[in-house]
Design a protein around this ligand. Structure first.
Ligand SMILES: NC(=O)c1ccc[n+]([C@@H]2O[C@H](COP(=O)([O-])OP(=O)(O)OC[C@H]3O[C@@H](n4cnc5c(N)ncnc54)[C@H](O)[C@@H]3O)[C@@H](O)[C@H]2O)c1
Length: 248
């Protein structure tokens, strides 16, 4: 199950897992069925797109029922759905704060608890939470987003400890600047400028994130749980870059 897979990074993650032979359920508010239909699975994989709001426990439960009917208990969950609201701390409305938290951390919790049930029963599974470098590197003007992603990272560690004895692995990926469709006004130009700050010299391609998901979801990461993997071209390491360039 990949949430927020109706576009952007989530769609690329879903396609990658389907190419590796998974039966992938793509969830999004809208558009997931069309995206699922465009993916070309391989190695016996398949795709199904379902409109589902991850903040609605009943809607998520219905998807779990569907998986049960299909005889495909969830063994990989990618919590990728997210919301960004651009607003400074002194200005952000409580409803916007709550909207961000509702998707980014409540939705992650709801999906983990719901789809994790069959993982616990079957004693195995892999959950990958798509957090952000923002979890540890806040920036002005997005008051709720970095705290929501920090909560996701803490939740990842908590779940890894709680569910480790049942052999359910839980890890987080912290993407840096990704060349995707995340709707931020003026973001494309800003990103072109920002890539000069990335030590690897380019923005991430969504496929870079999908490759990391495939690793964490697969048997190659059998002993990896509670990890927080930066997939960011080292941008999270450059806090002092400007200091070094400062005039004497
Ligand atoms: N793009 C970046 O530069 C970047 C950087 C760091 C982290 N990330 C993270 O990567 C993930 C994907 O980002 P993206 O750039 O593809 O963003 P995006 O906005 O294109 O995709 C997010 C998806 O989540 C869906 N979504 C929102 N609310 C939902 C809900 N209630 N229920 C179901 N789906 C819902 C949206 O419809 C959208 O399709 C997010 O978790 C984001 O925080 C992105």
């Amino acid at each position: 199950v990949v949430t927020g897979a109706g576009g952007g990074i989530g769609a690329v993650i879903a396609a990658q897992l389907a190419r590796l032979g998974s039966h992938v359920y793509l969830l999004d508010l809208e558009g997931a069925p069309a995206v699922a239909a465009e993916i070309e699975p391989a190695q016996g994989g398949s795709t199904v797109g379902i409109d589902c709001d991850v903040t609605d426990p009943e809607a998520v439960e219905k998807v779990a029922d569907r998986l049960a009917e299909d005889g495909r208990p969830c063994d990989i969950l990618v919590n990728n759905a997210a919301l960004v609201r651009l607003a400074a701390l002194e200005e952000i409305a409580l409803e916007d704060w709550r909207a961000v938290m509702a998707v980014n951390i409540d939705g992650c919790f709801i999906c983990t608890q719901t789809f994790g049930r069959t993982m616990l029963e079957r004693e195995g599974g892999s959950i990958v939470n798509i957090a952000s470098v923002a979890a540890l590197n806040p920036s002005p003007g997005r008051a709720a987003y970095p705290p929501s992603k920090a909560a996701m990272v803490a939740f990842t560690r908590q779940a890894a400890v709680e569910w480790g004895p049942k052999r359910v692995r839980v890890n987080a990926i912290c993407p840096g600047l990704v060349d995707s469709s995340m709707k931020r006004p003026g973001s494309i130009d800003a990103r072109r400028r920002k890539r000069t700050f990335v030590p690897l010299g380019r923005l991430a391609d969504p496929q870079d994130i999908a490759n990391a998901v495939a690793f964490l979801a697969g048997d190659g990461a059998a002993y990896v749980s509670g990890a927080v993997l930066a997939v960011d071209g080292a941008i999270s390491q450059i806090a002092f870059r400007d200091l070094n360039a400062a005039p004497e």
